[in-house]
Design a protein around this ligand. Structure first.
Ligand code: HEC
Ligand code: HEC
Length: 347
């Protein structure tokens, strides 16, 4: 890990403090940044205190997000599964790959607009974003580490102590501070500047194919993939054939209700061009396969949402137009934002 330039002085002070065995404190010098609330979005479901975040905590959270130190054998970071150029999904694998190459049960979802949810994961099993990072850090199939070890590793790391001193009132690394920082980093991952957004704001025009695609989308898809977030945050069954080897029961695992069997959270379609593979088990790699699926709901699978049975078959040119529209949800500025990238590589 390289040090941010402005912290070099603090770093040397800390080295001295460390040598002298002094507990280091320094005046908190936090720059607040307003939470990014796009005007076209509804109010977030997650309440950001005072609508303010801290620039220093966000930056610390970013270092933590990219640091494999958070895993048991220092090999896998959050970003190892959540890749910035894929809207923080993972493009290589259908199912997530964790520590020692353990294969997970689900496809890695994108991380974007997380404050507009009140439950996270494909089955909504996480309802507290503040505590969320504990799950991947301690999960034996993800990072396989204990919070105690993470705290201890970071406390022994002079560079992190310096960053904690900058972000908090003193240099002590604690679990709540780690969680707070990672959460603040995740809260800035707001994607609201796609061509679709600019079209809706009257700043962009659509091609005839894209315009037709939007109309088809509103007719067939928007009841679940609701604009402008492209999800209504509900759980449903979109008619996929059962994957017998995984037999993932989805929302049922959380609620135990028969009606929730094989229901999964409606994923946002923002940046869908780069979040392949698709669906909770990553079974489709191309949008064309998704169109073919929705155009051919013959499955007798239980609990398939009735709206899908009412959907008329799409012609091949309609599928093309719908895909053309979905590509307008790509937010290039979000995907290539250097402030979200690995701080060890980009500054
Ligand atoms: C081994 C791969 C892997 C690692 C490492 C990993 N994740 Fe994930 N992440 C996943 C998978 C898979 C899911 C979906 C799990 C599910 O639905 O059951 C997920 C889901 C999430 C979600 C929910 C997104 C949503 O919109 O519902 C958040 C937030 C998240 N991860 C943050 C993190 C953070 C923070 C870290 C590091 C502390 C991390 N992840 C490390 C694979 C990983
Ligand atoms: C009844 C609600 C519903 C309707 C209508 C619907 N979807 Fe979905 N969609 C879902 C659910 C639920 C999932 C996740 C299913 C899973 O993984 O098991 C999903 C997943 C997807 C995915 C994969 C996203 C990802 O990140 O993996 C795409 C793409 C998609 N839908 C596009 C569409 C399009 C295009 C339409 C219209 C033709 C449509 N959907 C209509 C509920 C719906």
């Amino acid at each position: 890990m390289k040090l941010p330039g402005k912290q070099i002085i603090i770093f040397f002070s800390l080295c001295m403090a460390g040598l002298l065995g002094v507990h280091f404190t320094h005046t908190q010098n936090n720059n607040t940044v307003p939470f990014n609330q796009p005007p076209s979005f509804p109010a977030p479901l997650y309440t950001v205190k005072g609508n303010q975040l801290s620039a220093q905590k966000i930056e610390l959270g970013r270092y933590l997000f990219y640091d494999p130190l958070l895993s048991a054998n220092n090999t896998i970071s959050c970003a190892g599964c959540h890749q910035s150029f894929a809207a923080f999904a993972h493009i290589d694998h259908a199912l997530s790959h964790g520590i020692n190459n353990t294969i997970g049960l689900r496809n890695v979802p994108a991380l974007q607009n997380l404050a507009w949810k009140d439950a996270w994961m494909w089955d909504g099993s996480i309802t507290n974003l503040d505590q969320q990072p504990i799950t991947p850090i301690t999960h034996p199939g993800e990072m396989g580490e204990t919070m105690l070890n993470v705290v201890s590793k970071l406390n022994n790391n002079i560079q992190y102590r310096s960053m904690f001193a900058t972000a908090f009132s003193d240099s002590t690394v604690t679990a709540p501070r780690i969680l707070e920082s990672i959460k603040e980093f995740m809260l800035v991952l707001v994607s609201a500047d796609s061509r679709y957004d600019r079209y809706m704001a009257g700043k962009e025009t659509f091609t005839p194919a894209e315009t037709n695609g939007l109309a088809l989308f509103r007719k067939n898809c928007a009841s679940c993939h609701k604009e402008p977030l492209f999800t209504d945050n509900s759980y449903s069954n979109n008619g996929l054939a059962l994957d017998s080897s995984l037999n993932d029961k989805g929302r049922f695992v959380v609620t135990g209700k028969a009606a929730d069997m094989y229901h999964f959270k409606v994923p946002s379609l923002r940046n869908i061009q780069f979040t392949m593979p698709y669906m909770h088990d990553g079974r489709f790699t191309r949008l064309k396969q998704v169109m073919d699926h929705y155009s051919n709901i013959t499955s007798s699978r239980i609990n398939t949402d009735e709206r899908l049975h009412r959907m008329s078959r799409m012609e091949e040119n309609e599928k093309k137009d719908l895909i053309a529209f979905l590509l307008t949800l790509t937010d290039t500025a979000f995907l290539s934002n250097s402030r979200f990238a690995d701080p060890n590589e980009v500054r």
